[in-house]
Design a protein around this ligand. Structure first.
Ligand code: IPE
Ligand code: IPE
Ligand code: MG
Length: 251
């Protein structure tokens, strides 16, 4: 590894989240159907995990299906779920080779059985891998995650000796412990491909202080160089968390 490589790794974000957008437009530009775009997008998703690991990222979360994506045409939803059920088992050997620990974020219970089984199998078989965490966000919504944590909080408070006191003194760090993401590192870098500038209900809680990066590249065209560009941009940012630049430099 060269000196510049190790420097790059040293400034790498721990957790990168990607809104993989632009599959449909990529396909349309080629006169193909949307599912062809999703297929090519799935190839890139496979590769990006390896690239992220090589570039020193510890956790990568990929937005594969939002809570709102159920509203898409039935054929497209079915196609996306079949892709998951077919491709995930095929990708397992590669995940084992690259020491990828696979897990999900979101409520997978409404997924078709074949997709859910593939997900559960990938979670089980890769559970002891330590190379990089791949967090596939499936039927994920940031608002839904926060709402689930609120319900969890009420239950937690009821189990405390003084319920009112527990609720009155609850802070954001404790609240995060009650969220689905409690054992995931805070999001450092949020990348969205495909040119749109919105968060679309992804990682809302941690979007508070994640660095945002928007790329015009359609997801199926996203390359290792594009990921490197995003990481270079991240390395040049100053994360101030409300402090002044002088304070941050001093620390
Ligand atoms: C993102 O690409 C993939 C999913 C939401 C599953 P899109 O399918 O949203 O692609 P565009 O935005 O229509 O180009
Ligand atoms: C966000 O993309 C969801 C995923 C990438 C899975 P969308 O294409 O669904 O987002 P909107 O509808 O343009 O906001
Ligand atoms: Mg889209």
């Amino acid at each position: 590894m060269s000196a510049s490589d190790s420097e790059d790794v040293a400034t790498s974000p721990t957790h990168v989240g990607i809104i993989m957008d632009g599959n449909g437009r990529w396909a349309r530009a080629r006169g193909s159907n949307r599912l062809a775009g999703h297929k090519q997008g799935a190839e890139v998703a496979r590769n990006v995990v390896r690239w992220a690991k090589e570039l020193g990222v510890r956790q990568i979360s990929l937005y594969a299906f939002s809570t709102e994506n159920w509203e898409r045409p039935k054929l497209e939803v079915r196609g996306l779920m079949s892709l998951l059920a077919i491709l995930l088992p095929k990708t397992l050997p590669e995940m084992m080779d690259n020491e990828v620990r696979f897990r999900t974020l979101g409520d997978i219970s409404p997924l078709p059985t074949s997709a859910r089984k593939a997900v559960e199998q990938a979670c089980e078989e890769t559970a002891n891998n330590t190379g990089i965490d791949l967090i596939l966000c499936l039927n994920y919504g940031g608002q839904q995650e926060i709402l689930a944590a609120v319900k969890q909080t009420l239950q937690w408070a009821q189990s405390m000796p003084d319920e009112q006191q527990a609720l009155a003194t609850l802070n954001p760090e404790q609240f995060r412990q009650l969220m689905w993401r409690h054992d995931i590192a805070p999001l450092d870098l949020l990348i969205r491909t495909g040119g749109e500038m919105r968060i679309s209900n992804f990682h809302l809680w941690d979007a508070a202080y994640a660095e945002l990066y928007f790329s015009d590249v359609y997801w199926p065209d996203f390359s290792k160089e594009d990921l490197q560009l995003a990481l270079d941009e991240y390395a040049s940012r100053e994360r101030r968390y409300g402090q002044t630049s002088e304070q941050v430099k001093h620390e």
